[in-house]
Write a protein that binds this ligand. Structure first.
Ligand code: UDX
Ligand code: ADP
Length: 489
């Protein structure tokens, strides 16, 4: 086991990864003192708010852990210098968005924040420090971090303070909405590095709650690439099932039935086969584009094209949904009222990064629609910022609704974009009475049951299934397809 004793940990970045990850480590290792630091004071203040409903991120179970660890061995602050210099181990958990300008714009990761963090560590660290990449980073970023850490500032040189570093990669696989469970019961923990003493020091921390067999140690580059590859494989499954959803609509098959049928094959497995409006979140698109960029860089254009298609299909799925709404509403939404149910990129999170709702809503607004948006956790300010960033020629108007009935009042259509629990089993008889006829429900997340809509007079379009208006009494889906084909003739 490691000869390095870890007592104090610092995590740079108090976001969706840093916050929950450090909370769980603090919970499982009460003997460690953990300081989470961030340049964003507002965010740190929110982490320190005595009202746990005001934590900067919503994650089921997080408030419980914060209430027993904060102030005990978990601290949130903007005090960078002392937190870094005291630490034996530093996690870098800052944002790594896709570059918007310069070489690799639109594909490569912007490493400005990682670089700035590494420079802070180089400046303030003392003695031997283990530096851990937690953010998803392009392969060989650890090398860049090592180079930066080697540089010492003038003051350090003058005072001849000796400092040494060891760099590890320890990618995080948590998914938002289930982060606490993913952290407490991970499928695996991945640690990449070259210095076995430092690797052992990190292994020792995880052994407090993760079985040894589930801790995988690799070289640095395998660890970095595994994170990108895992996200690319997951996103690829979603694009695959979404491509099949369009096929189902065209042929009369039902994507849920197809997903069940193929998912029972153990080699395929039944997870990540839910067709929907496309994947969102801060990771999938960014990581695939990163893979695409790196494949191009390493002279592998066929590999780059292969992965790029996963992103192309994802955008196509969102465009396709918007066009279907337009088509069903007689080719125009100008001046029409449409309710958007769900704005976060998935249920159980207040995160809207890359949410399909942004593109689809923006396209509708561009066509002059009047949107009433309801989401149980996303704030008005967040949506406003999202629309501003997603530059579009906004002709429409949008407002927030405080409840589902408020959102549906006088609307011509409802578009369900996130599978929040409260959207299942709604009283459509009542809701239909609030809507304007002919009313449409566009369900992109399979939350509505056909039977619930029966006799309400509302039309139902379900992603990956035959449109409900086509069905007549006692007709099977096959009957509909035959009838439609005959009608076409
Ligand atoms: C993902 C990875 O799952 C996680 O391991 C990694 O650390 C970060 O990226 P996250 O983005 O938080 O996590 O959520 P995830 O549950 O993977 O969902 C991503 C997107 O795919 C969401 O928009 C979700 O709605 C969509 N999705 C997921 C589907 O459309 N269908 C599915 O079957 C699964
Ligand atoms: P992730 O989903 O990867 O956790 P977030 O954007 O939620 O990404 O969080 C990243 C956090 O890192 C932000 O709160 C940001 O303010 C913080 N951050 C970025 N650069 C630095 C830095 N140099 N020092 C400290 N914190 C930083």
């Amino acid at each position: 086991m490691s000869s390095i004793k870890i007592q104090k940990i610092c995590c740079i970045g108090a976001g969706y990864v840093g916050g929950p990850t450090m909370s769980v480590i603090a919970d499982k290792c009460p003997d460690l003192e953990i300081r989470v630091v961030d340049i964003n004071k507002e965010r740190i203040d929110a982490w320190n708010d005595s009202d746990l409903n005001k934590l900067p991120i919503f994650e089921p179970g997080l408030d419980r852990i914060i209430s027993r660890t904060r102030g005990r061995n978990l601290f949130f602050s903007t005090e960078m210098e002392k937190s870094i210099s005291d630490a034996d181990m530093i996690f870098i958990s800052v944002n790594t968005p896709t570059k918007t300008k310069g070489l690799g714009a639109g594909q490569a990761s912007d490493l400005s924040w990682v670089e700035a963090s590494a420079r802070q560590v180089a400046k303030y660290a003392k003695g031997h420090t283990i530096v851990i990449e937690k953010s998803t980073l392009p392969v060989r970023t650890a090398q860049a971090i090592k180079e930066i850490l080697k540089t010492t500032d003038k003051e350090t040189q003058k005072n001849e303070i000796s400092k040494t570093f060891s760099v590890l990669s320890n990618p995080e696989f948590l998914a938002e909405g289930t982060a606490i469970n993913d952290l407490e019961k991970p499928d695996r923990v991945l640690i990449g590095g070259e210095d076995s003493d430092s690797i052992d020091a990190l292994v020792k921390i995880y052994l407090n709650w993760v079985p040894y067999e589930q801790i995988i140690c690799t070289n640095l580059w395998s660890s970095e690439l595994s994170k990108l590859a895992a996200n690319a494989f997951l996103a690829q499954r979603i694009s695959s099932i979404n491509s099949i959803s369009a096929f189902c609509e065209a042929t009369g098959a039902d994507v849920q039935e197809v997903a069940k049928a193929i998912g029972t094959d153990k080699r395929i497995g039944n997870q990540f086969l839910s067709a929907g409006p496309g994947f969102g979140g801060s990771c999938f698109k960014k990581d695939i584009l990163n893979l695409v960029y790196l494949s191009g860089y390493f002279g592998l254009p066929e590999v780059a094209n292969y992965w790029n298609q996963v992103v192309v299909l994802n955008t196509w799925q969102q465009d396709r949904i918007y066009k279907i709404v337009l088509e069903k509403l007689f080719g125009t939404v100008n001046g029409k009222n449409i309710a958007i149910l769900g704005f976060s990129f998935k249920a159980n999170t207040n995160d809207t990064r890359e949410s399909p709702a942004i593109r689809i809503s923006s396209d509708l607004l561009e066509e002059g629609a009047i949107l009433s948006i309801y989401d149980p956790k996303v704030t008005f300010e967040r949506i406003e910022e999202d629309f501003e960033k997603f530059s579009f020629n906004n002709q429409g108007i949008w407002k927030m609704a405080n409840s589902i009935p408020e959102a549906l009042k006088n609307v011509d259509a409802v578009l369900i974009l996130t599978a929040w629990d409260e959207f299942f089993g709604l009283d459509w008889n009542y809701l239909a009475s609030l809507m304007r006829s002919p009313a449409w429900v566009f369900d992109t997340r399979s939350v509505v049951n056909r039977q619930e809509i029966d006799n309400t007079g509302v039309n139902l379009w379900k992603l990956g299934a035959v449109s409900y208006t086509h069905l007549r009494a006692h007709e099977t889906v096959l009957d509909v397809v035959c009838r439609l084909l005959l009608e076409k003739k």
